[in-house]
Ligand binder design. Structure first.
Ligand code: ARG
Length: 585
């Protein structure tokens, strides 16, 4: 969400933000630079480091240490920092005032959003994600799109944007003549049984084989496409049935996954078919369209083929048919002009990068994406098997998503029943579902999305390391502390940060809103994952060093307050990733 839109406001409970806000103007007046950036960073040696003097000194030709000293002597740090010193070539190392931290923790605890900032002017954000194809198996690429897209929907909603989900399913095109004829040959009941169980590949392959072998079937298929395109009611009804059978299957996957997509979010390629002639005439009128080899094309500047020749975006084939590009151009127009999109996120695999970039470029040239409207390709890499090749099932087929999700839950159930045999079978089942699905999602979200990742059951389901079960377990463990506290009749009191491990944990907690905003701005859910993992580790260190229930009344109360805020923050963060946090496990 880089250039076109104003950034999210800073989190009101982050002490580093407080520090930056206070020091900024002072640095500006010392250096005469209005844009002076204090560059406040976490530090290993202190609560925070102010690094801004370094770059500014270079720009204004002064000594960085001298500038840092002036910041110190200005008195601006009073009430924010208990200690501050100039270090190295000119950083400021600071320790935050304990009562400032206590106050910020209290404010964070009062806030249901835990310091997550809210956009000053909300954007309308269309998120294009999941997008499987009718009568084709959903592959792991669609899993990635679904999981990443769902996290982005939750993240953008959390910071106050108006989010519109669109599931741009592949439900149109030449193969649909063949698919409908195959549907008729099988009989709709037989077809529904197969497709409903997710045998999408089988259906598609059988139709393809017949198409290759039978000229008669080919002929019927061709005629059927024409009927479909001309809106023949009976054909349209068959097409509806076919789409419904597939979307029913997609819905079983979505409900197992626990993502937000519902039927109302379906906005498949078919939706844009009626708009395509209009798109073409608008392109024609704009003077951008040219003829090339009998096809209608646009040459967006900067795109070239392997030989360095200009690369055209084909919007009407030589045969007169529209294509994927025409459909995506119409879709841009629809999103901007009908839905009022300010920002469009395309959560689509990296291989479609050039297609999407060319579509965006042409839409901009044609004036369909005016200033203030932005489209971002939220690309992602591949899911690999242990052999570092594309993930396949044992028999070499593409992996069926339902099977994969069921296996995740089964494996989690084995772990849960071993670790916690006292839970009722129902509870074990619920928890296993949260852990298994959470593990799959988290494994996908926790690495930088543009990178490939290796699908590894043992690693993703491990109760230690950067995994969902580890975070869920940290959460459940804190909840169990509170169950014990209830039995003992003790409760939390006001925050009072004293010990170093408490301070480290407090600073991590208070940065939560900043991290959420950052994950939104960079469309990078993995940054939130890293933060939650750090938080769980900081909590573990705190819990080892600072007894909670065994401490004296006052200390115990404030430590319980830290425990509570940690559990809430973990649950909040996991929730933004679409992952449940069980109360016990
Ligand atoms: N259905 C496509 C696929 O499976 C993804 C569609 C992505 N969205 C779009 N507007 N082109 O690859």
């Amino acid at each position: 969400m880089s250039t076109a839109h104003s950034p999210l406001p800073p989190s009101s409970v982050d002490p580093r933000v407080r520090l930056a806000t206070a020091v900024g103007p002072v640095l500006a007046s010392i250096t005469g630079r209005d844009d002076a950036d204090p560059v406040v960073r976490p530090s290993d040696h202190a609560d925070a480091q102010v690094n801004g003097a370094m770059a500014l000194a270079r720009e204004v030709g002064r000594q960085p240490r001298e500038i840092a000293e002036s910041v110190l002597s200005s008195g601006v740090l009073e009430g924010i920092c208990s200690t501050a010193e100039v270090a190295g070539p000119g950083f400021l190392n600071v320790t935050f005032d304990a009562s400032l931290l206590d106050g910020l923790l209290a404010a964070m605890a009062r806030d249901e959003a835990l310091g997550t900032p809210v956009a000053a002017s909300p954007l309308t954000v269309v998120v294009d994600y999941s997008a499987p194809n009718v009568a084709k198996e959903m592959h792991v690429g669609h899993l990635r799109s679904t999981v990443i897209g769902d996290a982005l929907v939750r993240l953008y909603t959390a910071v106050g944007h108006h989010v519109i989900r669109e599931n741009h399913i592949g439900d149109w095109g030449r193969p649909f003549g063949m698919l409908i004829e195959h549907l008729l040959d099988l009989g709709t009941d037989v077809a529904a049984a197969g497709l409903g169980q997710g045998d999408l590949d089988g259906f598609y392959k059988a139709a393809n084989v017949k198409f290759d072998q039978s000229p008669e079937f080919q002929e019927r298929s061709r005629e059927r496409v024409v009927l479909l395109q001309s809106g023949d009611p009976e054909t349209r009804e068959l097409w509806d049935r076919l789409v419904a059978m597939s979307t029913e299957y997609f819905n079983t996957v979505y409900s197992k996954l626990g993502v937000l997509l519902v039927d109302d979010d379906l906005a498949g390629e078919s939706l844009y078919q009626p708009l395509m002639p209009g798109t073409l005439s608008r392109l024609e009128a704009s003077g951008l369209m040219t003829e090339s080899d009998g096809a209608s094309v646009v040459f967006p500047p900067g795109f070239t083929n392997r030989d360095g020749d200009p690369l055209p975006l084909i919007v009407r084939a030589r045969t007169g048919g529209f294509n994927y590009a025409t459909s995506d151009l119409s879709c841009v127009i629809d999103r901007v002009e009908r839905l009022g999109a300010d920002l469009m996120l395309y959560v689509v695999g990296a291989p479609q990068q050039q297609h999407l970039e060319m579509v965006f470029a042409v839409a901009k040239m044609a004036g369909w994406m005016p200033d203030g409207v932005e489209a971002v390709h939220v690309a992602f890499g591949n899911v690999l098997g242990q052999d570092r090749k594309m993930l396949r099932s044992r028999s070499g087929e593409s992996v069926k998503l339902v099977d994969l999700l069921d296996e995740a839950v089964e494996r989690a159930l084995a772990a849960v029943s071993e670790k916690n045999p006292d839970l009722s079978p129902d509870e074990q089942g619920d928890v296993a579902r949260m852990i298994g699905i959470g593990a799959v999602k988290y494994a996908d979200l926790s690495t930088d999305r543009v990178r490939d990742y290796v699908f590894d059951w043992d690693r993703m389901l491990a109760f230690d390391g950067n995994t969902a079960p580890y975070l869920q377990y940290a959460h459940a463990r804190i909840r169990s502390i509170f169950r014990r506290a209830d039995e003992l009749g003790v409760a939390m009191t006001a925050h009072a940060v004293v010990e170093p491990a408490e301070r480290v944990l407090a600073l991590r907690l208070l940065s939560h809103g900043t991290v959420v905003a950052d994950a939104v701005s960079a469309n990078a859910p993995h940054r939130l994952c890293t933060h939650l993992f750090d938080l769980a580790q900081d909590f573990t260190a705190f819990y080892e060093q600072c007894p909670v229930l065994r401490s004296d009344d006052e200390v115990r109360g404030s430590r319980l307050a830290l425990c509570d805020l940690t559990a809430r923050t973990l649950a909040h963060g996991l929730g933004l990733l679409g992952i449940d946090a069980p109360e016990r496990m």
